[in-house]
Design a protein around this ligand. Structure first.
Ligand SMILES: C[S@@+](CC[C@H](N)C(=O)[O-])C[C@H]1O[C@@H](n2cnc3c(N)ncnc32)[C@H](O)[C@@H]1O
Length: 276
């Protein structure tokens, strides 16, 4: 379905989903994260007839999965700043839209899902209130976010490379990411905010796994680092260090842990009146 086009508003989102590296990132993310996300989504009972909103839909894998579950009697609305990947998904209505400017479709929705979106947005609390307002009574909000337990290295060919990995993660998240308005505390703060907004049955779960140089998770970490190369260089890393980092992410002697991913769900009471 072709996108409802709209001019992009101002956004601090650090990555560019429409770029070549962003394209590779969108292809890799579902492999890493969809199994957990679908577990959390399916626990809400989403099924035929459901009215769904997929926020920051990226490569569209979850929009597609929701359309399969909602079927022809339901609807799926997908929103992103970049919508090229979403155009041909059967049964999905696409909006190219900045969600900090409000929702392009007021709903109500039985399920709203956003993965790795609110953590990037300084306006996350305002967006959360908008999402809660757009839920139908009994509807579910599901969030997936990375926590402050960053990827870390447990083995590398040299001590210098272990330290290099930590330094890139530290600058990338605590200097560049934080400067762009990202919050790595949000993953663990979100459950309280869902409760404060009036949602019930709030439940969160954490998930992570080991990774080894050359596997999908290391290639994904490298794709993120490649997208922020200019600010990493400005922050004091050298071209040689970045080259060594790229090599390390392909080196099977590198081992570590991937991001910690937190899935959270909360439900609007059936009696309504849950927005706050
Ligand atoms: C890290 S990606 C996650 C993509 C997808 N949710 C997934 O997990 O596979 C974040 C997505 O949110 C989108 N995004 C970021 N800021 C946005 C905004 N203000 N309005 C709409 N989409 C936004 C980006 O374009 C990108 O596709």
């Amino acid at each position: 379905m072709s996108a409802h086009a709209e001019p992009e508003g101002s956004t601090s989102y650090l990555f560019d989903t429409g770029s070549d590296l962003g394209d590779q990132q969108m292809r890799v993310m579902p492999v890493l994260l969809d199994p957990l996300t679908l577990d959390v989504l399916d626990a809400t009972g989403v099924g035929p007839g459901a009215r769904c909103l997929e926020l920051g839909a990226g490569g569209g894998s979850i929009a597609r999965a929701l359309a399969e579950r909602a079927g022809p009697s339901g609807r799926v609305v997908a929103v992103d700043l970049a919508t090229d990947y979403l155009e041909d998904i059967p049964g999905v209505e696409v909006y190219r839209h900045d969600i900090t400017q409000g929702l392009p479709d007021p709903g109500p929705f039985d399920l709203i899902h956003a993965r790795l979106v609110l953590l990037h947005l300084p306006q996350r609390l305002e967006v959360l209130r908008t999402l809660v307002d757009a839920l139908a009574p009994g509807g579910w909000l599901v969030l997936g976010e990375y926590s402050g337990r960053l990827p870390y290295a447990s083995a590398a060919p040299t001590e210098d490379e272990l330290a290099l990995f930590d330094r890139v993660m530290d600058i990338g998240h605590h200097v560049i990411g934080a400067g762009a308005g990202q919050s790595l505390r949000w993953a663990h703060e979100a459950p309280e905010h869902l409760l404060n907004a009036g949602l019930t049955n709030v439940h969160s779960r954490e998930y992570s796994f080991t990774t080894v140089g050359g596997d999908t998770a290391c290639r994904y970490i490298d794709l993120l680092v490649r997208q922020i190369a200019p600010p990493l260089l400005s922050a004091g890393l050298s071209e040689g260090q970045l080259t060594r980092f790229h090599e390390l992410m392909l080196d099977p002697r590198f081992r570590g842990w991937f991001y910690q991913f937190v899935g959270t769900r909360g439900q609007k009471p059936s009696s309504g009146g849950a927005s706050g």
